[in-house]
Design a protein around this ligand. Structure first.
Ligand code: TYM
Length: 358
């Protein structure tokens, strides 16, 4: 529950489908862990979901499923403010105001924009188009293509607004979001110094002293992500989950003692480190080092250890989803609380920028 003397934590997840282990270890698990000690604010980013594949038939269902997953994982509406981004219209207005202080060049150079724009346009990164200049030419060349919309370009502004409108200082996110946080700090500093005010504190990522995580996928390379099709979802039933893990990409096995790990195997170890005990990890590391490892055994153990994490959450999701009245109570209460601070920040910002009422 919002308390004045506690540091403000804020984070959100886009309403683009069910939550996977990347969302869980990168974000949700941390949300649950900090609820007692901070002024916590967690939301469902439905406006951000519109930047790619807007789907009116699916959006509300996605918001609801993430809300149910938040609650099933242990977020407590009595301790945390849980809300839907679009229920706080002050965010949309501040997004317009902050955009006046954001350069299109810096937005175009953001890694997530480049990745998503390239994907939408079917462009593969290469030595020829990897420089910022080549990329900008390419995108401007394809400017009539509505698959890359201005909302995607200004994604970092909206994310900065989510954070700054609540004056949050701690933002629990996965490694892939660090660049967006860097931009948020830059926008905050720029606004403060342009107007000579101290309106926005500078937020930082929040891992309780640990390193930010990147949860890998099961396909041998890269991170786990919805658009990569390599996810283990919190709602996967045991049969589906075991099958996914057993099918994870491996290699032909260590050929000599103490061989370096190939990427697919390093990824399996990363997942094992997240979900298993240190003893289990050590057992398989030793077995790899002396070439006695059997990847089938490692995968079986990994599947069971992941299930131990996801099963209690999965079992609660459907009950929570069925209770529409409860879900609606939670987000109404959350929106009320989130709007209070948002309205104050927006009104300070309007005043600072010279917007006055007659
Ligand atoms: P989204 O939905 O892409 O991701 C939600 C959270 O999950 C983390 N994450 C991962 N962490 C580790 N390994 C992975 N494979 C992995 N995949 C996803 C992301 O880092 C993120 O923490 N832009 C945000 C949503 C947002 C937001 C905000 C967050 C909008 N406004 C304000 C914090 C504060 C995002 O990436 O959503």
């Amino acid at each position: 529950m919002a308390e004045q003397n506690k540091e403000i934590v804020l984070s959100g997840i886009r309403a683009t489908g069910n939550l996977h282990l990347g969302n869980y270890y990168g974000a949700l698990r941390k949300f649950v862990a900090v609820q007692d000690d901070y002024d916590c604010n967690f939301f469902i980013a439905d406006l951000h979901a519109l930047t790619t594949n807007p789907d009116p038939a699916q959006l509300h269902a996605n918001v609801k499923s993430i809300l149910a997953e938040y609650l099933a994982a242990g977020l407590d509406p009595e301790k945390s403010t849980i809300f839907v981004q679009s229920d706080v219209p002050e965010i949309a207005e501040m997004y317009l105001l902050l955009n006046m202080h954001v350069g299109i060049g810096e937005l175009m150079r953001t890694t997530s924009f480049k990745d998503k724009a390239r994907k939408a346009l079917g462009i593969t990164p290469s030595a020829d188009n990897d420089s910022d200049e080549a990329f900008e030419k390419e995108i401007i060349g394809a400017a009539t293509n509505k698959r890359v919309n201005a909302g995607l370009l200004t994604y970092p502004t909206l994310m900065a607004v989510d954070i700054l409108i609540q004056k949050a200082t701690k933002v629990p996110v996965g490694k892939d979001q660090l660049q967006h946080l860097e931009l948020t700090r830059r926008f905050a500093r720029r606004f403060n110094s342009f107007y000579g005010v101290e309106l926005f504190p500078e937020p930082s990522d929040f891992n309780f002293g640990g390193a930010p995580v990147k949860v890998p996928g099961l396909d041998g390379s890269g991170k786990m992500g919805k658009s990569e099709g390599n996810c283990i979802y919190l709602i996967d039933d045991p049969k589906v989950l075991r099958k996914k893990v057993m099918r994870a990409v491996t290699d032909e096995g260590p050929q000599a003692p103490d061989s370096p790990l190939s990427e697919p195997i390093a990824n399996l170890f990363t997942l094992l480190e997240l979900t298993s005990t240190p003893e289990v990890v050590k057992h398989f590391r030793d077995a790899y080092a002396d070439c006695s490892i059997r990847y089938g055994d490692l995968k079986k153990q990994l599947a069971e250890d992941i299930l131990a994490v996801t099963t209690p959450i999965r079992e609660r999701i459907n009950d929570i989803l069925a209770d529409e009245a409860y879900l609606s109570r939670v987000v109404k209460m959350g929106a009320e609380r989130a709007r209070e601070r948002a309205a104050n920040t927006l009104s300070e910002m309007r005043h600072i920028m010279g917007i006055r009422k007659f």
